[in-house]
Write a protein that binds this ligand. Structure first.
Ligand code: 2RA
Length: 332
């Protein structure tokens, strides 16, 4: 199968190539796409060297699937051009997520909604994906009514420029890479993406809106505070969820053990709980610190950690392609 990876030279694009190879996705020809200045650059994939191609050349090659991580404006402009030649686009930007004609997919939750008519599919925001994967079976069983989430997000979510800023600050080198308005080393920034008129950031509103769309339930009340921290390896989230139905903690644990994509990491007596260092490089969403919110009934606290470049982006996108292949919606 001809597969295009648009944004192939970025952090997430690189992770997409890694995951495609690791999961043996049936790529017969890779079309790595990046900015004009990168055209001709060589990329190694499954032991073969491929040259970065232009967007036009990739479209002309009519790939079966194009996995995008190239920002919203490029996706808005180029995804329809791929779709016009019959390519299925799986886009990691926010461009299409809230478009009512586009599906917002976490395979473990709503891949069954995909049809042959879906030519542009949106990959949710990383911080949303890990939260809804953790909540999936709990929501199914007890029906989430209100979610209060605080996130502790890795600088890798911003990209190479942010990782460079952190490394330069940490090493004492001259800081030439300014990804943030403030120092990030030994600091935290309660500021991810831009502020909106309601005082929330775009990142926070993504979690609010995307959660409702993925669960197909506009009545779920979500409020979020998203924070950037000087950490590599993954995003962490403190999730407080109020359910319609009463729950039993042991049953919650059992449901989490049965939840696709979740690894229960919860034994505080032995200092066992989810941490980014353990999530890094894995596709599982690690869940722990389970405890009842003793201030109100039917409410659970939990701690959720995942590698934001993998399940939060690249792996989720490749899993969508795998599901579509399985469902006969992609031609090999
Ligand atoms: C971030 N979720 O962490 C956003 C985009 N990757 O910056």
């Amino acid at each position: 199968m001809k597969v295009a990876v648009v944004g192939a030279t970025g952090l997430v694009g690189g992770e997409m190539l890694k995951v495609l190879a690791e999961r043996n996705f049936p790529v017969t020809e890779l079309l790595p796409v990046a900015s004009e200045k990168s055209v001709g650059q060589e990329i190694e994939f499954q032991g073969k060297k491929y040259k970065v191609v232009s967007m036009d050349d990739a479209i002309a090659a009519r790939p079966a699937v194009a996995i995008f991580s190239a920002g919203g404006s490029i996706s808005k402009e180029q995804a329809p051009r791929f779709a016009e030649v019959g390519t299925v686009v799986i886009d990691n930007s926010s461009a299409w997520r809230m478009d009512p004609t586009k599906k917002l997919v976490v395979p473990e939750i709503n891949a069954k909604e995909l049809t042959a008519d879906d030519k542009i599919i949106a990959n949710p925001n990383c911080s949303t994906i890990q939260m809804v994967v953790a909540l999936n079976k709990l929501h199914e069983t007890y029906k989430a009514q209100r979610i209060v989430v605080s996130t502790y997000q890795s600088v890798t979510g911003t990209g190479k420029k942010a990782v460079d800023q952190l490394m330069q600050e940490r090493s004492g080198a001259e800081v030439t890479s300014q990804a943030y308005p403030h120092r990030i080393d030994l600091n935290v920034l309660p500021h991810i993406d831009v502020f909106e008129d309601n005082g929330y950031t775009k990142e926070e509103m993504k979690m609010v809106k995307e959660t409702k769309k993925i669960f197909g339930d506009d009545n779920i009340r979500v409020t979020a505070t998203t924070v950037r921290i000087p950490v590599m390896g993954g995003h962490s989230e403190a999730v407080n969820v109020e359910f319609a139905e009463e729950f039993d903690l042991e049953q919650v644990r059992e449901l989490l053990r049965q939840t696709e994509g979740v690894e229960l990491v919860d034994d505080v007596k032995n200092n066992v709980y989810p941490m980014p260092k353990d999530a890094h490089g894995k596709d599982a969403v690690l869940v722990g610190r389970l405890r009842r919110d003793e201030t109100q009934p039917r409410t659970l606290n939990m701690w959720v950690v995942a590698d934001n470049l993998r399940k939060g982006a690249a792996t989720n996108a490749v899993q969508i392609a795998e599901k579509m292949l399985e469902m006969g919606l992609l031609q090999e």
